[in-house]
Ligand binder design. Structure first.
Ligand code: ATP
Ligand code: MG
Length: 338
């Protein structure tokens, strides 16, 4: 476990069905989907390992039924894992008492669900303040903090509205404000934007990126939309049939999909929008030649910097030091490859 690891998950299983606890006796050390299903069991999460680092957005992505929600619920023990180990700040959650888990969930974890799950008879303000009320925070303080969160998500002025008086996107903003009210260290979002129409969804993603640039939370974000994953993720883990089939940066996944299932998701992604200059630059930059381009830019963002006839650009790191050169021919190749 590295120093920055906020959450580590080792060999986590969730098996549903009667006698699930004994699933390991079925077929030796690693029961397959088939051996589980022959025994009348469902392997919703199978032998999952992952590490979420402090301050990163870790996206779990996969088709419907691949086990994403079950996995994320296991991480906070809203669903009890059948086997494995979960470490939160180094603390073994599976050994924690119920009271300890409640405390961790109340004070250190935030959750946003796909269906907004607001309390219909409470105002926006009361909904956002609700988790603070559960914590026993005084009314004046919880309303002040709730008002701040409401402003943060762009709903100032709507404090007295009821959920049904808001649009879907606005309701989800309330859900986001509510989950942020306790200032969680670890923030779980399970398909928070899936119920929204595409334009609003895009707007919420931008909003989310803006929020994260201010809040710098450690986030586990679930989606079945690969474009959304690429826009938001520092790391992506792709699930199929309860297993993580590949985990890596968006670049890793787009450039070298591990299986045909992963390749299917990446097929229509324009590589230049994901791949960074650092990945295709060549050694030997020339600080004297032409304009400089940051190694951290995507190739698509760097491409317009080539003036007519210019064969390469000087690549620099954040401190401005030359780290390589970007060849026009390599940019064109990448753009043509999809
Ligand atoms: N309480 C349960 N009892 C039995 N099976 C369950 C239970 N909860 C989930 N499952 C099964 O576990 C599998 C994974 O479900 P899960 O909800 O984690 O998928 P998901 O990836 O979140 O899908 P979606 O994108 O549709 O939300 C499915 O086959 C589902 O039927
Ligand atoms: Mg789900």
């Amino acid at each position: 476990m590295t120093a920055q690891a906020k959450l580590v998950c080792r060999n986590v299983w969730k098996v549903f069905g009667s006698g699930a606890a004994d699933f390991r006796n079925l077929a030796g050390p690693a029961p397959t989907l088939e051996s589980l299903s022959r025994a009348g069991l469902i392997g919703a999460v199978r032998d999952v390992n992952l590490e979420v680092r402090t301050g990163e957005i870790f996206v779990i992505m996969g088709l419907s039924g691949s086990g994403k929600s079950t996995l994320v619920r296991c991480l906070s023990r809203l669903v009890e894992p059948t086997a494995g180990e979960i470490l939160f700040n180094g603390e073994n959650l599976l050994a924690a008492s119920d009271a300890r888990m409640i405390e961790i969930r109340r004070h250190q974890m935030g959750m946003v669900f796909q269906h907004f799950a607001l309390l219909p008879h409470l105002s926006v303000l009361a909904n956002v303040a609700f988790p603070l009320e559960v914590q026993g925070v005084t009314r004046a303080e919880r309303e002040a903090r709730a008002a701040k969160m409401i402003e943060l998500v762009g709903l100032a002025g709507k404090e007295r509205f009821l959920p049904r008086e808001l649009s879907g996107g606005q309701q989800q903003r309330v859900g986001i404000a509510r989950s942020l009210a306790v200032e969680p260290e670890l923030w779980f979002l399970d398909e928070p934007f899936s119920a929204l129409d595409p334009l609003i969804r895009r707007e919420m993603q931008d909003e989310f990126i803006r929020l994260q640039s201010v809040l710098k939370k450690t986030i586990v974000f679930i989606t079945h939309d690969f474009d959304e994953a690429i826009r938001l993720a520092d790391k992506i883990a792709i699930m199929k049939d309860g297993e993580i089939v590949q985990a890596g940066t968006p670049e890793d996944i787009v450039l070298s999909p591990a299986t045909p299932y992963v390749a299917e998701f990446t097929r229509n992604v324009p590589k230049a929008k994901v791949v960074k200059v650092a990945s295709i630059m060549r050694p030997g930059g020339d600080a004297a030649a032409g304009p400089a381009v940051s190694a951290a830019l995507t190739v698509a963002a760097a491409a317009p910097l080539f003036a007519a006839g210019m064969a390469s650009l000087n690549v620099v790191d954040p401190a401005g030091a030359t780290v390589g050169r970007l060849n026009r021919a390599d940019v064109v190749d990448l753009m043509m490859s999809g």
